[in-house]
Design a protein around this ligand. Structure first.
Ligand code: T1G
Length: 697
């Protein structure tokens, strides 16, 4: 029977709002109750320290059990505290008190024990967990390393090689795997964690201080192999190389010295630009899935998809991989057959990378049925139109869908550029219409722009956002404009790069500089990958309505006119005749660019890297400011999420807007000025100060 009134024990945590003692006979449950994820904030650390000191001193108490209230154990240090100087007691102080406590202290774990949460458990004499618990040290995903002994205590249980894998990958593992590795001492089945922990603690022979254990011996080969693969996947990231150093020191340095070195490396990394960028992303992702108001998403079990092309088949695969029932429709039998093949390829790939929510690719494939007519979609909860990007074709399909699907079904279009409101009006039920703008390849790209039409019902929008989470996508809500958030900004970025081609730069220069800036691939190499013909068709379609005063660079047209449409034709901005790798610089293109530049008569110059990056950052930031000002984007951080998760900007850099926030306002103003001057007619200046203030939050 739990003694809720610990008065006889003078409960020292009485004044702590987030840690309390619950006495059960001669056991003291130390309950951490700091919603939503029991992050080990300064208040939690203080409360824990007091509780441990009480357990140590209280005569009637035989052992302590640390347990989390709510849905989880401890999800780690409070990341919100990272931007500030650390407040005492710091976590290592609390852990030292646990090790110094003469009585056994165990950790009873459910939900997640991550980062400082697992380090807290590792400092205990035993770890007991429910079977569906996850544990891990994900610090490197935040640009840091474990800072409270994780790199020293973990290898003493698992060996160096396994610890290298877990610490440098940051991957989370289940309780059973953790038990096999010696991290978890007891997995509770068939009873409450509270009872299972109490029972197990009574079997403990006394203190078992992990830090005092000897690192299990293993071969140098095993360690070297683990180190090599860690550094390879770490791609030169400082946090990973520091993590390797720290974990290896567990076998070479006295533990106290190694703990001090680990802490110093942690503190140095915590203040790094990369860590700041990853924290920014962490919280931005959590905000992205939230909607104002309290509209409830409609339940979605069955999804209809019209169009079995690359996009439609990819969407079908990610829905089936999440265990949703899918009906993929295409009036063209050959296209439908080809679609089946694409779905199966995508499912195999998703299985390979562990992204299936169902047991196997075969199970997922069984969730997909194929049909030749929209009439098959009468019963679906949500339908996604993914046919060719043509106004007339899409309008026709949406009109027929509106007449076919249930009155409470949500109708989504995967258009990239067409006016969602115009498409929605054609359905005569615009309140049920949203945009779900996927990125290719759909089963790989995490981003999903959820487009809010002028008349979209909040419940329809909420359904789109909820579906995104169900299928493992990162939802970013966007308003209606040409190109929504991502393509609109990318168009300005590309235009600025093309302007510089006319002013003396070459594609390979710009690509290299943009990759150095943070894009996974430069704009010209990206065009060759996706094919130059789509953008060419768009430019030709727009030619008639383009204002002649607008600056227009014709170089890309010249390249297309030569039949160079990118990798698929063996040549584009680069020459791919040597094979599939990176394209080779082609003197034909160099000469063409020079000739076009001469024709334009613009002053030629040799661009410095900083100027190229400045022009591009100026253009991106200005367009981001316009998007925020127009309410197309909800926040600056969400614009960065789009560029990181949809356009290959490095998350380790936070995003272009985040990068801008690290510069002075006069530097940014100068960059926007330069981009504006280069653009000339039609350039609209956005409220950049408001954008940067939005980041500062
Ligand atoms: N600190 C502060 N807030 C946190 C947090 C944390 N560690 N983890 C989550 N939150 C907030 C989050 O912002 C959101 O807030 C709410 O909790 C729910 O999160 C010394 C230094 C635990 C698996 O990297 O992986 O320990 O938006 O939406 O999907 O060595 O959160 O509602 O206001 O993600 O159920 C290491 C990070 C820290 C784990 C739950 N720990 N968290 O997922 O909910 S570094 C991590 C997660 C460290 C030590 C070092 C997940 C979760 P809001 P959520 P969820």
């Amino acid at each position: 029977m739990i003694d809720k009134n610990p008065s006889q024990h003078q409960d020292p945590t009485a004044k702590s709002s987030v840690v309390r003692l619950e006495i059960d006979g001669d056991l003291a449950f130390i309950v951490i109750d700091n919603p939503p994820v029991n992050a080990s904030s300064v208040a939690v650390r203080s409360g824990l320290l007091e509780a441990i000191q009480h357990v140590s001193a209280a005569p009637g108490i035989k052992a302590g059990i640390i347990i989390g209230a709510g849905s989880t154990f401890v999800a780690g240090a409070d990341i919100k505290e990272f931007g500030r100087p650390p407040a005492p007691p710091e976590l290592p102080t609390v852990l030292a008190a646990i090790e110094a406590c003469p009585k056994s202290v165990a950790a009873a774990i459910h939900g997640a024990a991550l980062g400082g949460g697992l380090e807290l458990a590792l400092a205990c004499d035993a770890r007991i967990a429910l079977a569906d618990t996850i544990v891990g040290l994900p610090e490197v995903t935040l640009g840091i390393i474990p800072g409270a002994g994780g790199t020293q205590r973990l290898p003493r249980l698992t060996g160096i090689a396994t610890a290298l894998d877990l610490v440098t990958s940051g991957r989370r593992i289940g309780a059973r795997e953790a038990a096999k590795l010696g991290i978890i001492d007891h997995v509770v089945d068939g009873k409450s964690l509270h009872d299972g922990a109490a029972e197990f603690v009574r079997t403990l022979p006394g203190k078992r201080i992990v830090a005092d254990l000897v690192v299990p011996p293993e071969t140098d080969e095993a360690i070297a192999q683990a180190e090599q693969s860690a550094l390879k996947s770490g791609r030169g990231r400082e946090a990973v190389s520091e993590a390797v150093k720290a974990v290896k020191s567990a076998a070479t340095l006295p533990v106290r010295e190694a703990l001090a070195q680990e802490r110093a490396a942690f503190q140095q990394l915590r203040d790094s630009e990369e860590a700041a960028a990853l924290r920014y992303n962490f919280f931005a992702e959590r905000q992205a899935g939230k909607l104002d108001g309290n509209a409830k998403p409609l339940p979605v079990k069955t999804v209809g998809i019209v169009g079995a092309g690359t996009m439609g088949a990819g969407i079908a695969a990610v829905c089936a991989a999440a265990g949703l029932d899918v009906i993929l429709v295409d009036a063209n039998a050959a296209a439908l057959e080809a679609g089946k093949g694409r779905v199966s390829t995508a499912l195999t790939d998703l299985h390979r990378v562990g992204k299936l929510k169902v047991p196997s690719a075969e199970d997922a494939a069984a969730h997909v049925t194929y049909a030749g007519d929209i009439a098959a979609l009468t019963g679906v909860d949500l339908v996604i139109e993914a046919v060719f990007e043509d106004l007339r074709i899409k309008t026709d399909v949406l009109e027929r869908l509106a007449a076919t699907v249930r009155a409470d079904a949500v109708i989504a279009t995967n258009t990239s550029y067409l006016d969602l409101d115009q498409l929605a009006e054609a359905t005569s039920r615009p309140h049920d219409v949203i945009g779900l703008h996927f990125f290719a390849p759909v089963h790989r790209m995490r981003l999903l722009e959820v487009v809010r039409g002028a008349k979209s019902d909040p419940a329809a929008l909420a359904t789109g956002v909820s579906l995104a989470k169900t299928i493992g996508k990162l939802p970013v809500v966007a308003g209606v404009c040409e190109g929504f958030i991502g393509n609109r900004i990318y168009a300005k970025y590309r235009a600025q790069c093309e302007y510089m081609l006319e002013e003396g730069a070459l594609p390979q220069d710009l690509d290299a500089v943009m990759e150095d800036f943070g894009f996974a691939m430069g704009p010209f190499a990206v065009s060759d990958l996706s094919g130059l013909d789509i953008a060419w068709a768009t430019r030709k379609r727009k030619a008639a309505s383009r204002d002649p005063r607008e600056r227009y660079v014709g170089i890309a047209d010249r390249i297309c006119e030569m039949g160079r449409l990118g990798r698929k034709t063996g040549a584009g901005w680069y020459d791919y005749s040597a094979g599939s790798g990176r394209g080779a610089v082609d003197p034909i293109v160099t000469e063409l660019v020079r000739a076009e530049a001469r024709k334009q008569g613009r002053p030629q110059k040799i661009f410095a890297k900083a100027e190229m990056q400045g022009r591009v950052l100026g253009a991106i930031v200005n367009e981001a400011a316009l998007l925020l000002g127009e309410g197309i984007a909800r926040s600056a951080a969400e614009i960065d999420l789009v560029l990181v998760n949809g356009f290959g900007f490095s998350k380790f850099r936070g995003g272009p807007v985040f990068q801008a926030s690290r510069k002075t306002s006069s530097e940014i103003d100068a960059m926007v000025d330069a981009a504006g001057q280069a653009t000339g007619f039609g350039f609209r200046r956005g409220d950049v100060a408001a954008l940067l203030a939005d980041i500062a939050g």
